[in-house]
Design a protein around this ligand. Structure first.
Ligand SMILES: Nc1ncnc2c1ncn2[C@@H]1O[C@H](COP(=O)(O)OP(=O)(O)OP(=O)(O)O)[C@@H](O)[C@H]1O
Length: 280
């Protein structure tokens, strides 16, 4: 599983321009990964995907194209049917944030965030500084004794993110975490996630259906075609991080949204046998 990874190549943007993003060291890599479930559903076919240290990478594609399956494979919750996943031996540590906050309703916020540290054998007292730090990072200081039923949807998601951050993971996997939230809460959480990602210098793989969200958050967007899921385009978002509301108003943002939207439309029409690959 743990072969050394080669240096990253720079990314060309979706218009085929010269490489614009700085090269980053690879953290994990899927090589020719295929996944066919026991019921015969071919969810992924020949997926090549490199995840680079410190980047915010979004997986964008239609429902059922295998985005969640890629996260599950990276998390080790399922195995590829074909191909391989390479991780550096020392850093196979990750946090997972699901679409639903999946908090334990009978436990308060502290105990929910403590859970992954508890599973590592840390007592409540030992874990306390780290839990409090994670709660501060997501803006939930002072809510440690609250129960999930006492929190808004956005706060539940913040608690869920704090739980994923508690172990200081090398890689944060986020599966449409804000999809169920209202637009205003979603934009606020987008802003906070961008700031948090920069503060932690974290590597994030983020699944979304939203072109706008993917452009706002990402350093790089991987566009996938419908089943069997394949990577058919990549869009580099070279705007500096952290971003703020000003970025949403810039012509560059609008152009990147158009470019990503076009790549997604082409992906929707991609033939199952292959067709469009690489940058567009
Ligand atoms: N355990 C499973 N057994 C059989 N089929 C599965 C299983 N998990 C996922 N699939 C199928 O694999 C395909 C890819 O599913 P996946 O959830 O990865 O897609 P997705 O792109 O994340 O979709 P969405 O955006 O709707 O969440 C779908 O057709 C799904 O029905």
């Amino acid at each position: 599983m743990a072969a050394p990874l080669p240096a990253a190549r720079a990314v060309a943007n979706a218009t085929g321009d010269a490489p614009s993003a700085p090269a980053r060291e690879p953290l994990a890599r899927l090589a020719q990964v295929g996944k066919t479930f026991q019921n015969g559903v071919e969810a992924l076919r020949a997926v090549d995907l490199e995840i680079r240290r410190g980047e915010f990478l979004s997986l964008l594609g239609p429902s059922g194209c295998g985005k969640s399956t890629i996260l599950r494979l990276l998390a080790g919750l399922a195995n590829p049917s074909l191909g391989r996943i390479d991780w550096p031996a020392t850093e196979h540590d990750l946090g997972f944030v699901f679409q639903e906050p999946t908090l334990m309703p009978w436990a308060n916020v502290f105990d929910n965030v403590w859970l992954p540290l508890r599973l590592q054998g840390q007592s409540r007292a030992t874990a306390r500084p780290r839990v409090e730090e994670a709660l501060a990072q997501v803006g939930l200081s002072g809510f440690d004794r609250a129960y999930p039923r006492e929190l808004s949807g956005g706060m539940k998601m913040r608690a869920s993110i704090a739980r994923a951050l508690a172990t200081r993971p090398a890689l944060l996997l986020m599966d449409e975490p804000f999809a169920a939230l209202d637009e205003i809460t979603r934009m606020k959480l987008n802003d906070d996630l961008v700031a948090l990602k920069c503060e932690l210098n974290a590597t994030v793989v983020f699944v979304t259906h939203s072109v706008f969200e993917s452009v706002y958050l990402s350093d790089r967007i991987v566009v996938m075609a419908p089943r069997p899921g394949r990577v058919v385009a990549e869009v580099a978002v070279p705007a500096p991080q952290p971003r703020n509301e000003d970025f949403r108003l810039r012509a560059e943002y609008a152009e990147l949204c158009r470019e990503t939207s076009r790549a997604l439309h082409r992906a929707m029409g991609a033939e199952p046998a292959g067709g469009e690959t690489g940058s567009q």
